[in-house]
Write a protein of this length. Sequence first.
Length: 278
Amino acid sequence: MLYKIAKILNHNSFIGIQDENNQECLVMGKGVAFGKKVGQTVPISEKVEIYSLEEMTERGDAKDIIKSVSPLCLELANEVLGKAEEEFGKVDRLILFTMADHLDFAIRRIQNGEQISNPLTEDIRIMFYKEYKVAACIRELLKEKLGIEIDDHEIGYIALHVHAAIVDENVSQAMEIARTVRECISIVEKETGKSIDVMSISYNRLMNHVRYMVVRVIHGEKLKMSLNDYMSVKFPEAFLMAEHICHKMEKSLRLPVLDSEIGYLAMHLERLLDNEPE
């Protein structure tokens, strides 16, 4: 495939026009623009990553994002996505633009001595364990390229971008899932008087159920059976708590939560209330 160089960003990236369809693309790869000139037509190898600039992202038009972020942030996002491919196989590389945009702001915050707090960092680390592990590679990259330290809270946000690259969810949906799981856990802790350890089996059981429950609500999916009649009679305390959580979830997500979800959530809550051994 041939690309005509429209703009050189640095030694490792340029904006090019695809020879066949005249489409504007971001071309990234080690030394891909080294020694090249604007207007030159160059062949591209398989080791190079091609990103279409015709795409709309969660943060706006790819063409606008690429004008506002540094080439280094594009490179960093490209490296993180490379790690994600090693871990997960195929990923949606178009997340590069929103990830680079986030990294650009994060780097500026760090350089200005500003810190952000992410109350969901621990939940994200557990819920999206592999994604967080991939995102953590940014720590060494930033130390090596800019000599700066990035904290766990920032890595948590990058992990959400990695998650968005491997599933059919955008970053805001992934954040909403993490937030809803945390709200649910907080309600359970308040109602039961128990503090749930995020590393415990109880937390993981409940977290995974609520996580997929939120996904069902967002996508309008229905459960095939209802356990409501059984759970409301057999375990009324857990059922009432599940009802309360589902109503809170409706307000938080601004979406209807089907009644059939209550019984299944109650079943998981009963394990906590019953002090089921771990």
